[in-house]
Design a protein around this ligand. Structure first.
Ligand SMILES: C[S@@+](CC[C@H](N)C(=O)[O-])C[C@H]1O[C@@H](n2cnc3c(N)ncnc32)[C@H](O)[C@@H]1O
Length: 204
């Protein structure tokens, strides 16, 4: 979809309610949803087929492998919706907001790219706030009760259930700051090239 005005990724899309409704609302944006449980993914794909969506694709994969699937700086926005809280401390590394995952998302996202995170789980939200900060991501629109004044935005399948039970929904937006070029600035590259190949410089 080369004409897409933006590329957005959703990690752990589940049965894909949010994916399909988001793709339907913004047909000029390309959505790619990742999910490792095939039964859920099939249901997500059926929703897209039923709605005749042309701007959404699905990847049957573990999010841990995201760097094998996207190029650096490729995505504009990444959604993490109601990821599993993995409540035991020993399992913290499996949370999709653990800094191990956040660093991978940062690689795939452009400078200025964003992560939108929603959860019903307050301890997971507290943990995640620290993780985003440890990864030097600027936080904005942080709320612990997104729907306090009535429903806001497109709800996920899990979100609908929690909202019906009266559970407050936490949400934040995190932004990728200045990205360092691993090869250095253009000036540094020119200098390093001159040192490595003095015969190529004018004064050699
Ligand atoms: C609690 S459900 C939430 C589903 C959906 N986002 C929603 O809000 O309704 C979490 C989903 O993330 C998926 N998931 C968890 N860890 C994952 C991983 N490492 N890679 C891909 N999917 C993952 C699970 O299979 C599950 O479908």
């Amino acid at each position: 979809m080369p004409e897409a005005k933006a590329l957005r990724i959703e990690v752990g899309c589940g049965k894909g309610k949010f994916t399909a409704e988001s793709a339907s609302a913004e047909p000029e944006v390309l959505f790619i949803a990742m999910e490792r449980v095939q039964e859920a993914l099939v249901m997500a794909m059926e929703k897209a087929i039923d709605a005749e969506l042309q701007n959404v694709f699905y990847i049957d994969a573990d999010v841990a492998n995201i760097l094998e699937l996207f190029a650096p700086d490729e995505a504009d926005l990444l959604y993490i919706n109601f990821c599993d809280p993995w409540t035991r401390k020993k399992a913290a590394k499996r949370r999709l907001t653990h800094h191990g995952f956040l660093e991978k998302y940062k690689t795939v996202l452009k400078q200025g790219g964003q992560i939108y995170f929603k959860t019903d789980n307050a301890p997971l939200f507290d943990f995640s706030l620290q993780e985003f900060e440890s990864c030097h991501m600027a936080l904005a629109n942080v709320t612990r009760d997104l729907h306090a004044n009535g429903p806001v935005g497109i709800m996920t399948g899990y979100e609908e259930k929690f909202y019906a039970m009266g559970t407050p929904i936490c949400r934040l937006e995190a932004t990728v700051g200045v990205k360092e070029n691993p090869f250095g600035t253009q000036d540094e590259q020119a200098r390093d090239g001159a040192l490595a190949h003095p015969e190529l410089t004018e004064n050699a």
